[in-house]
Ligand binder design. Sequence first.
Ligand SMILES: [Zn+2]
Length: 440
Amino acid sequence: MVIVHRTMVHRAGFVFHSPEVVNVPFCGQLNRQRPRGFLFGDAMLVHKGHRIQLQPSQAQQVVFRQWAGAYRWAYNYGLERKKAEHEATGKSPGAYSLMQEVVALKKTDEYAWLRDVAKSIPRIALMHLEEAYNNFFRRCKDGAAKKGYPRWKSRKRSKVVLHLEPDTVTVEGKRIRIPKLGWVKMTKPLRFEGELVGTVAISERAGKWYASFNVQTEHVPAEKQGGAVGIDLGVATLATLSDGTTFENPKAIRRHGQLLARAQRQMARKQKGSNRWHRAKLRVARIQKHIADVRADAIHKATRYVADTYSLVALEDLNVSGMVRNHHLAKSVSDAAMSEFGRQVGYKVGWEQGEVTTISRWFPSSKLCGACGCINDDLTLADRTWTCDCGAVHNRDQNAAANILAEALRIHRGFPVTARGGDATGRPAKREQTCQVGLA
Ligand SMILES: [Zn+2]
């Protein structure tokens, strides 16, 4: 199994130096805007995620599915009540008063089944609903194109997931104790030491169960040997760095892509809803999950190397709102990989106390000649190398990475640059290095 670790924080890293901030109690478990880390001498307190595969018994799986249903029920109950109250009175009840309603319902015969559900499940569902409303109102205020009004949780659309409050579970070696259910086996112990924060999410994917933990843990930033680096993210090559380091896409992705296509064709030939169709569907889901795991592993390794090595990291801003959505599958998958790469660079470089600079998406990084500054408008996506009128021969990705670095250094004038990171003109250093990553 591939370990996926992530952070709940989606913004670029900020370090809070004020010691008062450290003592602020953890206010609101669902506050996604909270700072990424606190400086604590040399170490930082950061939130690290760890997803571990579970080995629940058949009976425990049944309970998990029921509880996932209870989570959806509480969410939908809150949504319905909010809508009804808003129509009647113009105000809508908050998570706390909705929770009191749920507690009252528990005492009725009709909702007796709620008593068998872990207490924190409806509570977290209602907090998630509150958060969805807050996000909706914020987007309305910001005038966003997509407001995203909270939707019903449906069994078909939502993945099977339930959330538990961290102080209600106990993790001990390779097992986790869940209220009203008892011990559930895990395939490996929790990797980080520290306090559990956020929620513990139990979810099902491709027939397997996982628990996702967020741990507040101490992190000592790496000693970085490289200076500044520019990164070009691409389709053919996962990432090209301005100093010549490249990260290839794992070969397994391509191979499994062919397997996936065949499995999908086989599924299409089966009678929808039949046993054979369900088996074929599970097989498709398993291959999809394997590809996603391999890709995630490659991105984690590459971004870890970048965060451990460089103190200033420049890359293109990939999260521009209004970015054209691409419906071509391969393209949208690589777009997703690129934005995931950018997200991970954001928080990992933050942990290592480096700096990330994003360059406008409209900066012509590929078309610009790093030697003379001309723009080559004839450059197409298929051109892997090109020759400028000035005589310079460029590797497309390498040139783009160097241009991204040069642009970042223009913004950060005066940043110290070492030989590994390229010189102040942004031209790459002579050294060439290739890192093959992934499971292939
Ligand atoms: Zn030129």
